[in-house]
Design a protein around this ligand. Structure first.
Ligand SMILES: Nc1ncnc2c1ncn2[C@@H]1O[C@H](COP(=O)(O)OP(=O)(O)O)[C@@H](O)[C@H]1O
Ligand SMILES: [Mg+2]
Length: 235
């Protein structure tokens, strides 16, 4: 069971649009990510990074090829089971923190649990635990607008973890942050992968955070050109 890859992609192609306006966003991508691994996906703007992680996370359908998470091909599940699988096993962190402005920090963090049907009190208690892990216990009752960008991104990370997913997918999580705040956010993300079970895929332009990767997949024009193994920094 532990040999089952967290992510296994074979021959993934994605074409957007039809006819003259077709865009070949992915031209045949193979990728394997192991449990406990932190993989970074880097490459120029428009090379297909967001498309690839959206397919991996099951929020976008590929045109061709197969992708399995923990041995399960999401496309073979009926849509309700697919939504449930995603809600249970995957956490997302986006570039724009996507916090709901009228909800408190704790309520924002609890959203994945509430969607999964958890009782509100337990969901808020678990949210408080996760906020403590990212150093925001004092901001539990604040609104997102009362936080700095780095603090908002830490809330987004707490929200991505609150349901204890096996896979966390991040799209340029540090690009809106200054270097020091970005490093702090990366240290938190790296700590998550170090528990040995959880896998992280992080899309980034930010060469300053490469040191946190176990491997770096370099993309260009819809391909993974090479995968570089790194001696990852120990916390
Ligand atoms: N919804 C869409 N419709 C049409 N083209 C798209 C869509 N999303 C992305 N693309 C195109 O697909 C290519 C890859 O985009 P994307 O995956 O967002 O790249 P990256 O995240 O590396 O910047 C780009 O040429 C982009 O313009
Ligand atoms: Mg992108």
């Amino acid at each position: 069971m532990s040999d089952t890859p967290a992510i296994l992609c074979n021959g993934i192609k994605k074409i957007y649009g039809t006819g003259d306006t077709q865009v070949h966003a992915l031209r045949g991508v193979d990728l394997e990510v192991h449990p406990g691994e932190l993989l970074m996906l880097v490459g120029p703007s428009g090379c297909g990074k967001t498309t690839l992680i959206s397919i991996i996370a099951g929020i976008l359908d590929q045109t061709e090829g197969n992708c399995s998470l923990f041995g399960q091909d999401l496309r073979q599940l009926p849509s309700t089971d697919r939504v449930r699988f995603r809600g249970k096993h995957i956490g997302f962190v986006f570039q724009a923190f996507n916090l709901i402005p009228t909800l408190t920090v704790a309520e924002n963090t609890a959203i994945p649990l509430l969607i999964n049907g958890e009782n509100r009190e337990r969901a808020l208690a678990r949210a408080a635990e996760c906020l403590k892990e990212v150093g925001l216990e004092s901001k539990i009752d604040a609104l997102p607008s009362q936080l700095s960008g780095g603090q908002q991104q830490r809330v987004a990370i707490a929200r991505a973890l609150v349901h204890d997913p096996k896979l966390v997918v991040c799209d340029e999580p540090t690009s809106a942050l200054d270097h020091q705040t970005g490093t702090k956010v990366m240290e938190i993300l790296k700590g998550l992968a170090m528990d040995g079970k959880r896998s992280l895929v992080i899309v980034t332009h930010d060469a300053r955070i490469f040191e946190f990767a176990d491997r770096i997949a370099h993309m260009d024009d819809g391909h993974i050109e090479r995968v570089e193994a790194r001696a990852a920094k120990d916390n």
